[in-house]
Design a protein around this ligand. Structure first.
Ligand SMILES: *Cc1c(COP(=O)(O)O)cnc(C)c1O
Length: 637
């Protein structure tokens, strides 16, 4: 990239990194070029500079990488969905209410669930549990008897008993039947315990949805009952005189549904099913739409899988309207609408911050004025090709240079070239490719073959984090997240690069970036400075990333810091969780670290015996080993 002479402004950085598009009003750039965060969307009067928070984190002795949570962004999101549903209900004169239920699986961390129940209390925001462990967590966290506690997932006897106990305590705990086999067990446990359950059924809708996670809807979905199976449920409940227990209809189309039309189709179909259940005599109160409310990760507002073509307001209005349209036509009373939005609630409030350790550039060394006497003929050809390159023969020179490069490599393999000559050949080759890339920028029509050339020449920025641990969806399903520098945004980013993590795995990289025109393979970055760390952030990572992550290369949980922004623009550190130490990680993979230390001690003593080290050196080496065990698994400066 050629630096321009024009003055770079923070406005241009804002545009370049799409801050306004994906940031939902939470992120902005200060006049001094720092990325800012606010919990009050669009209001930057009291925003906090992210680099200041990094400084505060480091002053407290925590190293990068860090997951930074801004607790009141979560509050804002909880309020947003609840307030927006209430407004839609009011404006459409809907007769039922709205209740949210946060699905614990989206981010199970205690701090997160605690924050949801604390701020959600005034809305009676409940929880959704998909396993026994999640139910146990939910029962410990939720005290609000007006909120719903929705139980999905496969349920064994213990799961059902726990749910019945929750009901006994007065919690609105709904057992959602997902499988035909669950009903007899629920009836049996209900009789045995004498507790009348609140039941729901999960329906398989035929409405299909697009997007990466959408396969849980539709006829082939793993979960849920089809129409015939639901009729069976009704008949069995009738026979057991328990039809009044059936109060909720549930479905879940899948997560991150980018297209509002699919959401509307599902609402319409589910409302018909709901009316059918009412007609069958069930004591229906709740229509639970599950999750699916998408996050606009790339800021394009399209039905692209990393985006969504609707706003939260549109979602709420369309849902309420969709339910009303069908039920009014059937003369069925309006139910309480329940949604289990997880992603939209928690994605915004976490960001992953990390430093860049080093870069690699694919740039040739300066070439000699002329080639030395007796230079290998293929290298001479390469050099001549370079000399003849101009705007009219770019493609031809590209072909030639690839051909001679291969000849040089072959000659080296056959022992006809020295290693030093081979290096000269490589240098001439890269110089040519660089000049071709520059010329290609001025070509009206870039030949197809040359399109990938900028990417091939881009830098690699080595970053202090693990994709596998912290951004598993970026690796596993190619999800896009916004990524950008958190400072120096008043300077022009003169480099183009991709990011490599520190796992040394060739998959441990990020080379797909958000872009208004689709997906970019590199991103603009600043040149590293000798005396200064360069910090990047990956944003909107609060949903699904933390516990899906794994211990690839034994890189563990990162440090987690939670702040709360005050109204006067100051902020408080309200929580910190130290990431895994090396010792923690080793014990996860079943090492006995005491035994490890003892064995190492013996190795060291052996070395003393053989005169390799002195006893004092042994002490120092053992101390270093112990420090290593207690240290962070990431790169420490
Ligand atoms: C995963 C899941 C959700 C959460 O979906 P989001 O798209 O993250 O809101 C809700 N309900 C059920 C049953 C789920 O399995």
């Amino acid at each position: 990239m050629t630096p321009t002479l024009e003055r770079w402004t923070v406005e241009r950085s804002k545009e370049l990194y799409g801050v306004q598009e994906w940031g939902a009003g939470f992120f902005g750039i200060s006049s001094s070029g720092n990325l800012q965060v606010t919990a009050d969307p669009g209001n930057f009067a009291n925003a906090v500079n992210i680099p200041d928070i990094i400084e505060g984190i480091q002053a407290r002795g925590l190293d990068m990488p860090v997951i930074l949570r801004v607790e009141n962004i979560l509050d804002t999101q909880i309020s947003l969905i609840n307030d927006t549903f209430v407004e839609a209900i009011k404006s459409l004169n809907y007769k039922g209410a709205y209740l949210g239920a946060y699905p614990i699986k989206v981010n199970q961390q205690q701090q997160v669930v605690e924050a949801v129940t604390r701020h959600g209390k005034k809305y009676h925001h409940g929880l959704e549990a998909g396993s026994k462990a999640e139910l146990i967590a939910a029962m410990g966290m939720l005290r609000d008897t007006e909120a719903v506690l929705v139980c999905n997932g496969y349920k064994d006897e213990e799961f059902i008993d726990l749910a019945l106990h929750a009901t006994q305590l007065g919690l609105k705990c709904v057992i959602v039947l997902e499988m035909p086999g669950e009903l007899p067990l629920v009836i049996e446990r209900s009789k045995a315990t004498g507790v009348k359950p609140i039941l729901g059924v999960r329906v398989k809708l035929s409405s299909q949805a697009g997007g990466l996670w959408a396969e849980s809807g539709g006829d082939r979905s793993i979960f849920g009952l089809n129409a015939a199976q639901i009729i069976d449920v009704i008949d069995v409940l009738k026979d057991s005189e328990m039809l009044d227990c059936l109060q909720l209809l549930h479905y879940h189309l899948g997560s991150q549904i980018p297209n509002i039309r699919e959401i509307r189709n599902a609402v319409a179909e589910a409302s018909r099913v709901y009316a059918g259940l009412v007609a069958e005599g069930a004591n229906m109160h709740y229509l639970d739409l599950g999750g699916g409310l998408a996050v606009d990760y790339d800021g394009t507002q399209t039905n692209f899988m990393s985006s969504r073509n609707y706003s939260v307001n549109e979602y709420c209005v369309d849902v309420v309207e969709g339910v009303m349209t069908v039920l009014d036509e059937q003369g069925v009373p309006h139910p309480t609408i329940v949604t289990e939005s997880g992603r939209a609630l928690v994605a915004y409030y976490s960001m992953l911050l990390f430093n860049v350790l080093d870069t690699a550039r694919f740039e040739p060394e300066p070439l000699p004025e002329s080639l030395p006497e007796g230079t290998n003929v293929h290298i001479q050809h390469l050099y001549e090709t370079l000399q003849s390159l101009n705007l009219r023969n770019v493609q031809e020179c590209f072909n030639d240079t690839l051909y001679y490069r291969d000849q040089v490599r072959q000659s080296f393999a056959q022992g006809k070239l020295s290693f030093r000559e081979r290096a000269l050949g490589d240098n001439v080759f890269w110089e040519t490719i660089h000049r071709i890339a520059k010329l290609a920028k001025d070509m009206p029509q870039v030949p197809h073959e040359l399109e990938g050339i900028t990417q091939a020449l881009s830098d690699i920025y080595y970053c202090n984090f693990s994709v596998f641990q912290s951004l598993p969806d970026a690796w596993a399903i190619g999800q896009l997240f916004p990524i950008m520098p958190v400072h120096r945004l008043d300077e022009i980013p003169t480099r183009e690069g991709l990011l490599a993590d520190i796992t040394c795995d060739c998959d441990g990289k990020i080379d797909r970036f958000i872009d208004s025109q689709g997906v970019k393979r590199t991103m603009p970055l600043h040149e590293l400075k000798d005396s200064e760390e360069y910090y990047l952030g990956t944003f909107l990572v609060g949903a699904y990333q933390e516990t899906l992550g794994d211990l690839h290369n034994l890189l563990g949980d990162t440090n987690i810091v939670t702040v709360r922004i005050r109204e006067n623009g100051e902020y408080d550190f309200v929580g910190e969780l130290e990431g895994d130490s090396v010792e923690d990680i080793l014990s996860y993979v079943e090492y006995d670290t005491r035994a490890l230390l003892n064995r190492f001690r013996e190795t060291a003593e052996d070395a003393v015996r053989k005169g390799r080290i002195t006893p004092t050196q042994r002490r120092e080496i053992l101390q270093a080993y112990k420090n290593g065990l207690q240290g962070y698994t990431y790169f420490e400066r």
